[in-house]
Design a protein around this ligand. Structure first.
Ligand code: MTE
Ligand code: MO
Length: 389
């Protein structure tokens, strides 16, 4: 016996009843769907935040980002129980040794194992960092967004490779009932123990329950039953807050009685106090705040259409505009709006929400609120609006 063969003989063995390709493939299909949805909605979210010059993102439908980002977090959450069951079903394979493999076969075997290591590590990393981010806890030094994004490409690459390599096994396993052996004989499930079919169903049910526990962050009808939803809507103005005025160190500036908003364009600079803004014609729009962390809330925002302010300083149609916050220094202290938003009369410099003056935590004296836009780009505590191009 070679050393490898001896090691192989000593490795852990597991019953193959539940730990089987039939379970792995069935749970894997749903896991694959979750990862595909999370990947596509994730790439979509990055396009808003690093908008390439060639891309026009429409401002309609107003709820589009709310839906895609809600789906992103829901798909990631749904994947957690599925990944655990999937790992349970396949983990003895991680102890496999390259017995009786030589040359090219050994190389293929090693490549496949390496791709699985990358896939498992990146999938666990994505789900863990994503969930931790949703709770707004940042226990590590690296920046969440670029790291999560880079790992997503690695995970999807490894996933595509894994599916390609396993396609024959997957086809075969899905082609027969879960509790049937390859030769067609039924699997012997002792009385009172779990069948493969029940394990798959339990995994799906666990995933469904997990989704219900968090989906209320973005699906209004579920707020009551979502016990793990992070944003309940009991903040000021009845709306959740992402970063409070105190956290942003902006309270004094925001409540300063000499406050005025600078609007800067080709026609010069106009300074408007909150009273000046209130004296202008007001519009009310029902628009959601849709945070990248998955929670969202719709409200009736009242204020001056951004377009009316830009007209005061001759900003041409289609211009790109930068909204700058009073916030001294923060990752979200300004944002840029392309023409699709600046020309949309639903894009407001809001003064009120749901009929009440904005609370300082929601951006008093005034904030940006625009249709179909990530919350992170809905700049609060505006100090200036400046034409960029
Ligand atoms: N100046 C400034 N604006 C900001 C933020 C911020 O930290 N600073 N947070 C953004 C994020 S991430 C979100 S989700 C929304 C939340 O708006 P709300 O706190 O009024 O609910 O505000 C956005 N506007
Ligand atoms: Mo956010």
């Amino acid at each position: 016996m070679s050393v490898l063969e001896r090691l192989d003989a000593a490795r852990p063995r597991f019953s193959s009843r539940l730990r089987s390709p039939e379970v792995a493939a069935r749970v894997g299909v749903w896991l694959g769907i979750c990862f595909a949805v999370a990947f596509l909605t994730g790439v979509w979210s990055h396009l808003y935040q690093d908008q390439p010059s060639w891309l026009t993102i429409p401002s309609s439908p107003v709820w589009l980002y709310r839906a895609t980002q809600g789906l992103h977090v829901i798909a990631g959450t749904a994947a957690v129980p599925l990944l655990l069951v999937k790992l349970y079903a396949v983990y003895p394979k991680l102890f496999e040794l390259p017995v009786l493999r030589r040359g090219a076969r050994l190389a293929t075997w090693a490549l496949e194992k390496a791709s699985i290591a990358v896939l498992v590590a990146s999938a666990v990393f994505l789900l863990v960092t994503g969930l931790v981010n949703v709770t707004q806890w940042y226990p590590w030094a690296f920046s969440f967004r670029p790291t999560h994004f880079a790992l997503a490409w690695i995970a999807i690459g490894a996933l595509v490779l894994h599916i390609a390599v396993k396609l024959p096994v997957i086809r075969d396993a899905l082609g027969r009932p879960a509790d049937t052996e390859p030769d067609g004989t039924p699997v012997d499930t002792p009385d009172g123990s779990l069948s493969r079919r029940s394990l798959v169903r339990t995994a799906l049910a666990a995933s469904g329950v997990t989704v219900l526990a968090v989906a209320g962050d973005t699906v209004p009808g579920l707020r009551r039953i979502s016990v793990f939803a992070t944003h309940s809507g009991d903040g000021p103005n009845g709306l959740p807050i992402n970063r409070s005025a105190r956290e942003a160190d902006v309270t004094t500036l925001a409540l300063d009685p000499t406050y005025a908003l600078d609007v800067v364009g080709p026609g010069g600079t106009v300074r408007l106090t909150r009273a000046d803004l209130e004296a202008m014609p007001q519009s009310t729009e029902r628009l959601p705040i849709a945070c990248v962390e998955g929670w969202s809330f719709a409200a009736d925002w009242t204020g001056v259409p951004l377009r009316d302010l830009l007209d005061l300083v001759d900003v041409p149609a289609g211009a790109t505009v930068r909204c700058v916050s009073l916030e001294p220094d923060g990752p979200f202290d300004s944002s840029e709006l392309r023409g699709s938003w600046t020309d949309d009369r639903r894009t407001l410099v809001a003064l009120r929400v749901d009929g009440e003056p904005l609370a300082v935590d929601h951006g008093f004296p005034c904030r940006l609120i625009a249709p179909n836009r990530p919350g992170v780009l809905q700049t609060k505590w505006l100090s200036s609006v400046e034409v960029v191009a």
